[in-house]
Design a protein around this ligand. Structure first.
Ligand SMILES: C[S@@+](CC[C@H](N)C(=O)[O-])C[C@H]1O[C@@H](n2cnc3c(N)ncnc32)[C@H](O)[C@@H]1O
Length: 281
């Protein structure tokens, strides 16, 4: 069965009306109605025929359809229990789509996706963008690339460099695992309903190995978290929140050659790694 293109205002409205779906703000539901943006996301994902794509939050299947048309093997995880039935209809005839009803932060992604390598493509629910991105990165899943629609301010934090106002723990984590690049500006009118914020598509190519060598990843992220815990504090004080002794902190700063009077937000990934690697005890 040939389906109409969902990424259009009238088609989306018709589907919502037919299935009597009132969109949920709580679930971050802003559905894409701009076919050009769907095509831009699909192109950025650089889909090869038959490759596996995990989509987070397919909604009524707008982006899913673009991915299916590009011949990806799509696994789409949707939390809203009303939508699997809708998706069964809107995506009827696409044999290469599997819908899973669940919470992306709770499901076992490895088990669901069952692929040795995959890409993540999504128009993310904005109320949990950061937890989703962090969960996808921290689990060391075999993800090659993430192409996601996010709120513009979040994307700016993801690509921020040391010493800028947007630089924080999210910047370090994303840049540690990936090479992020903002590729598309998306105005509010590209969605129903229009969100109150600007959006962008960000493409994160997952690195073959992390950007810096760390002895202990947990310690690296503990150091980063402490470094940004109190933005106005010097490292001498901020690192105390790690629960380490004064001497341990002093020694780590000395060994890594980093001035304890500096602030965490000025540190590069290499410098955070140097401190973390020097912490003993
Ligand atoms: C911004 S909408 C995107 C919908 C569709 N992909 C599109 O582009 O039009 C986000 C979707 O994520 C779903 N969602 C929200 N929280 C979720 C979660 N924890 N796990 C999976 N899906 C979730 C929402 O129900 C919604 O369908």
């Amino acid at each position: 069965m040939i389906q109409p293109i969902i990424a259009k205002r009238e088609v989306t409205r018709h589907i919502l009306k037919t299935f009597d779906i009132h969109m949920s703000r709580k679930l971050g539901q802003n559905f894409l109605i701009d076919e050009g943006i769907v095509q831009g996301i699909v192109a950025a994902a650089d889909i090869q025929e038959g490759e596996t794509v995990l989509e987070v939050g397919p909604g009524i299947g707008t982006l899913t359809q673009g991915l299916a048309e590009a011949k990806a093997n799509v696994v789409a995880v949707e939390l809203d229990s009303r939508l699997p039935d809708v998706l069964a209809k809107t995506l009827e005839g696409y044999e290469n789509v599997r819908i899973v009803h669940g919470d992306i932060l709770k499901v076992n992604i490895r088990e669901i996706v069952k692929s040795e390598s995959f890409k993540v493509v999504a128009n993310l629910p904005y109320y949990i963008t950061t937890p989703i991105i962090m969960a996808l990165l921290e689990q060391h899943l075999p993800v090659k690339k993430l192409v996601t629609m996010v709120q513009k301010e979040v994307a700016e934090r993801m690509v921020a460099k040391p010493g800028t106002k947007d630089y924080g723990a999210l910047s370090v984590a994303v840049q540690y695992y990936t090479e992020p690049k903002i590729i598309l500006d998306v105005p509010p009118k590209s969605f129903i309903p229009s969100p109150a914020v600007d959006s962008v598509v960000i493409c994160c190519d997952v690195r073959e190995k992390p950007a810096v060598d760390v002895v202990n990843e947990k310690m690296f992220f503990r150091t980063v978290k402490a470094g940004f815990s109190q933005r106005r504090k010097t490292l001498n004080n901020a690192l105390k929140t790690m629960g380490l002794g004064v001497e341990v902190v002093k020694n780590a700063l000395e060994v890594s050659g980093i001035d304890g009077n500096r602030r965490g937000e000025t540190l590069s990934l290499e410098e955070f790694a140097a401190i973390a690697n020097a912490i003993k005890g």
